[in-house]
Design a protein around this ligand. Structure first.
Ligand SMILES: [Zn+2]
Ligand SMILES: [Zn+2]
Length: 353
């Protein structure tokens, strides 16, 4: 059995949730609002308590893979997936943060708290699907808004600095026409380029099961708003812990930086042709593990029961969705769209349709 945290109201004992509209804790029973400094203080207190409780248990009981938890409000056992880090009790619906999944090496460095609340997410979604001409009207009804969840997803970020070197050959040709000849002169230059390059805020998803295309679609996030991690931000939301190790993510981001560096060093020149090889050696790599907010709607639709998804960036409102397309509507409009059953539709307010 592992340790859980529930944030309780000091006035009535009800549970506290993070409220995106006020950026504060809110009690759903008595309406009490606690400040952000209370939130951080309370987070530290709860984390210390959870840690003490954990130390009392033998190490074998705190295996991160163990799935059972007890709700502090009603005592019910909560069963979760291996990567769940915050959820709700099935019985009393109180928000639960699974402390042991976010401690030690799994403690996030930062979090972007939700800025947009559920109401805004629902409204944006309704606007979004009403503007999509080819979306199957029958696919969605109001009741499904119930399934809208606010989820914190784990991401790796990296800042990479390093030295780029290019070595190769460039050519410049000129053509001269005389009465009897056309003379082409080609001059060949040896080209050496060298420079310090830095890449900021490169991002990689840190949860394997997360849909990469969909979550890339709601990027970017404004990372200047990243706050130091405090567990209180998670109260009332779902959260996933990372299952992608730092080393793997780091390696991929370095490779990506190397590709960018190579194309930068081979580009932007005044030769007619330039060939050669570029290399990039990182001198400093800083990684951060950050939780990012997203409103997510998963809906099983169509005759085959295939899942459709809709995601909204919980900070900026950028949306991305995979929605069922009504084939008849597409045909009736006689556009060369083809018989796509669904399309991936992303955008930051300016939609294609
Ligand atoms: Zn209260
Ligand atoms: Zn409960």
């Amino acid at each position: 059995m592992s340790t859980t945290m529930t944030f309780k109201c000091p006035c009535c004992g009800g549970y506290l949730e993070f409220d995106p509209a006020q950026q504060k804790f809110k009690c759903l029973y008595c309406g009490q609002v606690l400040s952000q400094s209370d939130l951080i203080e309370e987070s530290e207190k709860r984390e210390a308590e959870a840690e003490a409780a954990q130390e009392e248990q033998t190490r074998s009981f705190t295996d991160k893979k163990l799935r059972g938890y007890h709700c502090q409000m009603c005592g019910a056992e909560i069963v979760t997936e291996e990567t769940t880090a915050a959820t709700r009790c099935y019985f009393c619906h109180s928000p639960v943060v699974l402390h042991d999944r976010l401690d030690d090496e799994f403690r996030p460095d930062g979090v972007i708290p939700f800025q947009l609340d559920k109401e805004t997410a629902e409204k944006t979604f309704m606007d979004y699907i009403s503007k999509k001409k080819f979306v199957d009207r029958g696919f969605f009804n109001g009741a499904q808004l119930e399934m809208f969840s606010g989820v914190y997803y784990p991401w790796w970020y990296a800042d990479i600095e390093g030295e780029g070197v290019f070595s190769g050959e460039g050519t410049r040709s000129s053509v001269m026409t005389t009465a009897t000849h056309i003379i082409t002169t080609t001059r060949v230059f040896s080209v050496e380029r060298k420079g310090r390059l830095s890449f900021r805020n490169m991002a990689r998803k840190a949860l394997m099961k997360a849909d990469g295309k969909l979550s890339d679609g709601i990027h970017p996030y404004d990372v200047s708003a990243v706050k130091p991690y405090a567990s209180g931000y998670l109260s009332g939301f779902l959260a996933e812990m990372r299952d992608v190790p730092e080393a793997g993510a780091k390696e991929e981001m370095i490779r990506e930086a190397q590709n960018y560096a190579a194309s930068m060093m081979k580009g932007n020149h005044s030769f007619n042709s330039l060939s050669g090889s570029a290399s990039f050696t990182p001198t400093q790599v800083k990684t951060r593990y950050v939780l990012l907010p997203a409103w997510v709607l998963t809906y099983k639709g169509g005759k085959d029961g295939a899942p459709y998804y809709y995601m909204m960036n919980g900070q900026t409102g950028r949306v991305c969705g995979k929605l069922p397309i009504d084939k008849k509507r597409v045909l009736a409009t006689a556009l060369g769209v083809g018989l796509a059953v669904f399309l991936l539709l992303c955008g930051g307010g300016a939609f294609i349709w």
